[in-house]
Design a protein around this ligand. Structure first.
Ligand code: D5M
Ligand code: FE
Ligand code: ZN
Length: 595
C-alpha cells in the first residue's frame, strides 16, 4: 500500500514537472527528470532552473546536464557533482540524446491502454509517454521526436540499462541521514617513539580490559598477583591478568604466565580438566589476551615458582543478554571493502553491477526493494590498490599512479545515488601508514570523493547510523589469529571475528605480523559493544552472529592475485552483505548471479 502511494506521488510530481517545462518551451530527458525529482525541493528548484535557463546564452530548448552545470544554485550543484564528476559523464553528454531515448520493445499496445494501466508500478512509464508526446507537439524539430512513434508500446529505461518493468522509488530517499562518528583515531594519535609509549599503551590496555572483566557477574574476588605470590600454603585463588609465554606441554596441557601490574604467576590448564569449556577457551587463547582464572595455587618448593592449577577460566566476552539497538525507520546499511581499484585483478564489472543495484537497475522487485532501503554504505579499506604496498606490486597494477587510482574510484563511485551516505576507512593499501590504528586518507588523495560527500574515517572507527552502532575495522590482525589458533579457518572469517569480540580487542597479539603503533591510548580495545562488527582484508566474505552482535566480513571486488595464491587465499569477489537496520536481518547480494 505504502509503495503504491509513493509511486502515485512520484508520478504526479513527474507529470507536474513535465507540464511546467512544456509550457515554458523546454524539453527534458528522462535522466534529467529523475535528477530534478531527486532535488530536495523539486518544484521550487524547477522554477529557478526555468528562470536561470533564460540567462544562458547558448541554451535553446534542451535541458541537459551541461545546461544544469551552468546554473548557480548550491543545492543543484551539490547533487550534480555526483552525477557529472566523471569525465565519462561529460563525454556522454554529447550522446545523451541517444542514450536517454526510450527503447522501443514491442508494438502491440497503444498509448491509451498504457495510460489506463491500473498497475501503479507501470505509472512512471506512462508518464514518459506523456512527456514524449508533449515534446513532439511543442518542438517538432527535436531529434527526440524523430525516432519514436507514440502509438507503440515502449519500455523506458529510466536509468540507462535496466531490463526491469518495475519503477524504482527508493524509500531511503524519503529519510534524511542520521549518523554520528562515535570513535575515530584520525588526528588523535600521539606517539613520541619512546619506550614510555609502549608502557603507557600496555597500562591503558590492561586497566581498561580489567575494568571490563570486572563487570562480569562471575568475576567476584580477583586478587592482585603479588598477593598470590606471597602465599606459603596452597589456597584457592582468583585473579585477572594478561597472558604471555603461552605453550602446550608434552602432555598437551597449556602452560602460560599471567601478568598484572603487580607481578607474574604461572598458570596451568589441564587437558583432562573436567570442564571441557575451560579447554575450549584456552585452545583459542593467544598471548596478550586478558583472562580471569580461578584455581588452586600451589607455592613452589625450594625456590621454584608457584603455579595456579585452573578450575575455571574465562575471557571478557559480550554479556549473554546483549540486545542490539535498532532503527525505527526501514533502512539498511551495505558493507563493502577491498575493491582494489588500480589492480589488474579489480572486478570492475561486479562493482558497477553493485552500483546498478543501488540505482534499482538489477534484479526482481524484491531485490529492488532491498536496494531502495540502502541508506548507508561502508567502504572498509583497500578501495584502491595503492602503490608499493608489497614487493613488485607494480606488475599487478593497471593504474600505477595513486592519484589516478582515486580519480578512477571517484568516476565509479559518482554513480552511487546521492541520498546514500558513504563512510570510507583506510586499509593497508591506502596511502596512509601501515601500522594500526590508522588515520583517515588525507583529502589531497581523495578530494573528489570528499567533495561528493564521502566521509573518510580512520581504522578502526565506530559509527552510529539510525541508532545502530557499527564497528569498522579493516582486519589486519585476522591473519595472526588464524595462524596462532589451530582450529580457526581463514575461509570462515566470522569465527575469527568472534574471537576478537570475546577478548574485546581488535589486535590482541603484539609482535606478530600485524604492525601496531603504540599510542598513549589503546584504540584497538572494543570498549563499546557494537551492534554490527564489520571487518574486511581477508577477501573472503562471511556473515554470522555472536551474542546478538552481527558479524560481517565484506569479501572483496578483486580476483585472486599471485600474492594471494602464495598464501592459499581463494577470494570470494562480488558478494555484498546488507543489513536491515530496523530488523538487523542480513542479506547477501550475489552480484555474480544477480545481473
Ligand atoms: O590482502 C589480501 C589477501 O592477501 C588476504 O586475504 C591474504 C593475503 N595476505 C595479506 N597479508 C597477509 C599476511 N600477512 N599473511 C597472510 N596472508 C596475507 P590485502 O590487504 O588486500 O593485500
Ligand atoms: Fe584487501
Ligand atoms: Zn587489506
Amino acid at each position: 500500500m505504502e509503495e503504491m502511494t509513493l509511486n502515485k506521488d512520484q508520478t504526479e510530481k513527474k507529470r507536474t514537472i513535465v507540464n511546467k517545462l512544456v509550457n515554458s518551451g523546454i524539453n527534458i530527458t528522462p535522466s534529467i527528470l529523475e535528477f530534478v525529482l531527486n532535488l530536495e525541493k523539486p518544484m521550487e528548484d524547477l522554477n529557478l532552473i526555468i528562470k536561470e535557463t533564460s540567462f544562458i546564452p547558448d541554451f535553446k530548448s534542451h535541458l541537459t546536464e551541461k545546461v544544469l552545470t551552468k546554473i548557480s544554485n548550491d543545492q543543484i550543484q551539490k547533487v550534480l557533482k555526483r552525477k557529472v564528476i566523471s569525465p565519462k559523464a561529460h563525454i556522454n553528454e554529447n550522446k545523451m540524446k541517444n542514450r536517454d531515448l526510450p527503447t522501443i520493445v514491442s508494438d502491440n499496445l497503444n498509448l491509451k491502454k498504457l495510460r489506463e494501466d491500473p498497475n501503479p508500478l507501470a505509472a512512471p512509464y506512462n508518464n514518459q509517454l506523456i512527456q514524449i508526446k508533449k515534446i513532439s507537439q511543442s518542438d517538432s524539430n527535436t531529434s527526440l521526436t524523430n525516432d519514436i512513434s507514440i502509438e507503440k508500446k515502449i519500455e523506458v529505461k529510466p536509468f540507462g540499462s535496466t531490463k526491469s518493468s518495475f519503477a524504482f522509488n527508493p524509500i531511503a530517499k524519503q529519510y534524511s541521514s542520521d549518523y554520528k562518528i562515535l570513535t575515530d583515531p584520525t588526528g588523535k594519535l600521539f606517539t613520541t617513539g619512546e619506550y614510555e609509549d609502549f608502557y603507557d599503551y600496555t597500562v591503558d590496555k590492561f586497566n581498561k580490559l580489567r575494568m571490563m572483566m570486572r563487570k562480569r557477574s562471575d568475576v567476584l574476588s580477583a586478587t592482585n598477583i603479588n598477593n598470590i605470590l606471597r602465599l606459603t600454603n596452597s589456597a584457592e585463588v582468583s585473579t585477572i591478568g594478561l597472558v604471555s609465554n603461552m605453550h602446550q606441554t608434552k602432555n598437551n596441557n597449556y602452560l602460560f604466565n599471567l601478568e598484572d601490574l603487580t607481578g607474574i604467576v604461572n598458570v596451568l590448564v589441564r587437558k583432562d580438566s573436567e570442564k571441557e569449556e575451560n579447554f575450549k577457551t584456552i585452545q583459542r587463547t593467544v598471548n596478550d589476551q586478558m583472562v580471569y582464572v580461578e584455581g588452586t595455587y600451589s607455592p613452589g618448593e625450594k625456590g621454584k615458582k608457584g603455579i595456579i592449577f585452573v578450575n575455571y577460566i574465562t575471557k571478557i566476552d559480550i554479556p549473554t543478554d546483549f540486545k542490539p539497538s535498532i532503527s525505527t525507520d526501514p533502512l539498511s546499511i551495505a558493507l563493502i571493502s577491498d575493491t582494489h581499484i588500480g589492480s589488474k585483478e579489480f572486478e570492475e564489472t561486479l562493482l558497477k553491477r553493485f552500483i546498478n543495484f543501488l540505482n534499482g537497475k538489477i534484479g526482481d522487485k524484491n531485490i529492488r526493494m532491498m536496494a531502495g532501503k540502502v541508506k548507508y554504505l561502508v567502504i572498509n579499506g583497500d578501495l584502491v590498490d595503492g602503490i608499493g604496498v608489497y614487493p613488485k606490486q607494480h606488475k599487478d597494477l593497471s593504474i600505477s599512479d595513486i592519484y589516478q587510482q582515486y580519480k578512477r574510484a571517484a568516476e565509479i563511485l559518482a554513480e552511487i545515488p546521492e541520498y546514500i551516505k558513504i563512510f570510507y576507512t583506510s586499509g593497508n593499501h591506502e596511502p596512509v601508514r601501515n601500522a594500526i590504528p590508522r588515520p583517515a586518507v588525507p583529502k589531497k588523495y581523495c578530494e573528489d570523493l570528499v567533495n561528493f560527500g564521502i566521509t573518510c574515517i580512520g581504522n578502526p572507527s565506530m559509527i552510529e547510523t539510525h541508532n545502530v552502532k557499527t564497528l569498522i575495522y579493516h582486519g589486519e590482525s585476522m591473519h595472526d589469529m588464524n595462524m596462532l589458533i589451530h582450529d580457526l579457518d581463514i575461509n570462515k572469517p566470522t569465527e575469527i571475528m568472534k574471537e576478537l569480540l570475546i577478548c574485546r580487542h581488535l589486535a590482541p597479539v603484539y609482535g606478530e605480523k600485524t604492525q601496531i603503533a603504540p599510542t598513549n591510548k589503546d584504540w584497538l580495545l572494543i570498549e563499546k559493544i557494537p551492534d554490527i562488527f564489520h571487518t574486511a582484508h581477508v577477501h573472503i566474505n562471511g556473515l554470522g552472529y555472536h551474542r546478538n552482535v552481527s558479524l560481517v566480513n565484506s569479501g572483496c571486488f578483486q580476483a585472486q592475485t599471485d600474492f594471494m595464491k602464495s598464501f592459499g587465499i581463494v577470494p570470494t569477489p562480488g558478494i555484498v552483505p546488507i543489513i536491515e537496520l530496523d530488523t538487523m536481518k542480513p542479506f547477501e547480494l550475489d552480484l555474480k548471479t544477480n545481473r
